[in-house]
Design a protein around this ligand. Structure first.
Ligand code: SF4
Length: 268
C-alpha cells in the first residue's frame, strides 16, 4: 500500500488520532452494514448447545459442510448427556466429513461430560465459565454469547484478524488484544453484528491472498486498497457467493462483470 493511496483514503496511520481512527472505523462499519445486510451467524443452530457443537465442528472446516452434518447429529444427540454418553465410533462416523474427527469427537464427549458434571447439563452464559469447557476457546465462547444468549461479543477469527489489521483499526496481533482494541471503537450493542459483517466481508470480498479491491465498497476508506487488483473487471471475478452481483453493483460496477462461477463459489 503506497503512501499516496493511504493519503487518498484519508489515512495517515502515523498521525491518525484515536478519535480519527474511531470515526473512520465507524464510517467503514456503516458501509459494511449496507454492503452485507444479510450478515448473520452462518452455523445453523437452535440454542446454545447446538451452537457450541457446531462451532467445535467448524474448526478447519467450512460452515456449509458443518451445516450438512448437524441436522442428523442434533437429532441423534439432543442433550449434553447424550454427548457425554455417546458411542465414540458412532459419533466419529457422523462427523467424519468435517475433518479432524477424532479430536472433535473427543471434544464433544468431554464437552457433554463437563456440562453434565459442572453445569447441570446446560451451557453457561458467562465467558469465564464457557472458556473452562473442553473445545471452547475465547473465540467460540464469544460466538455462543453473541448468538445464543444475546450477550454482545466480538468474534476474532482469522478473517476478523486479517481485516481489522488491513483497515488500520488496530495494529495488535494477539486475538485478545484485538478484541479489546476493537471493542473500544464501537458501542457494545454493535459487537455481535459487526463481527458477522466483518467476517462476511472477509469471506466474500477481502480475501486473504487476493482481495477484490476494485470491487469493494470500502475502497475509499481502506488504507490497504491496492493489496488486490484495483481493475473492476479483474476484481469482480474475485467476489464470492450468491450476492456477488449485488456486491459488484454496490461497489459501482456492472454486475455483468461477475462470472457465474463467482456466484456459485462457496465463501470460505
Ligand atoms: S478488498 Fe481491498 S479495499 Fe476492500 S477492504 Fe480489502 S484491502 Fe481494503
Amino acid at each position: 500500500m503506497s503512501e499516496r493511496r493511504r493519503r487518498l483514503a484519508g489515512v495517515n496511520e502515523q498521525r491518525e488520532t484515536d478519535l480519527g481512527r474511531k470515526r473512520r472505523a465507524r464510517r467503514m462499519a456503516r458501509v459494511l452494514a449496507e454492503t452485507h445486510p444479510d450478515a448473520h451467524c452462518e452455523l445453523d443452530h437452535s440454542g446454545p448447545l447446538e451452537l457450541a457443537v457446531a462451532t467445535i465442528l467448524s474448526a478447519q472446516c467450512t460452515d456449509k459442510k458443518v451445516n450438512e452434518v448437524t441436522p442428523k447429529l442434533f437429532a441423534r444427540y439432543p442433550t449434553a448427556a447424550d454427548y457425554a454418553g455417546a458411542d465414540r465410533a458412532e459419533l466419529e462416523v457422523m462427523i467424519k466429513s468435517t475433518g479432524f474427527f477424532r479430536n472433535k469427537t473427543d471434544s464433544l464427549i468431554k464437552l457433554g461430560q463437563a456440562l453434565v458434571e459442572r453445569f447441570d447439563g446446560q451451557v453457561p452464559r458467562r465467558l469465564d465459565d464457557l472458556v473452562t469447557l473442553p473445545g471452547i476457546g475465547r473465540k467460540t465462547a464469544n460466538v455462543i454469547l453473541g448468538n445464543a444468549f444475546d450477550v454482545p461479543g466480538i468474534t476474532v477469527d482469522t478473517h476478523f484478524q486479517r481485516l481489522v489489521r488491513r483497515w488500520g483499526w488496530t495494529a495488535e496481533a494477539d486475538p485478545v488484544k484485538i478484541e479489546h482494541a476493537i471493542g473500544a471503537l464501537f458501542p457494545k450493542r454493535d459487537w455481535t453484528l459487526l463481527s458477522h459483517q466483518v467476517i462476511f466481508h472477509g469471506r466474500r470480498v477481502c480475501h486473504a491472498r487476493t482481495p477484490a479491491c476494485g470491487a469493494c465498497t470500502l475502497a475509499k476508506l481502506c488504507p490497504s486498497y491496492g493489496t488486490g487488483p484495483t481493475d473492476g473487471a479483474a476484481a469482480a471475478k474475485l467476489l464470492k457467493g450468491p450476492r456477488a452481483h449485488e456486491l459488484a453493483e454496490r461497489a459501482g460496477l456492472d454486475p455483468a462483470l461477475v462470472p457465474a462461477r463467482a456466484v456459485a463459489a462457496e465463501a470460505p
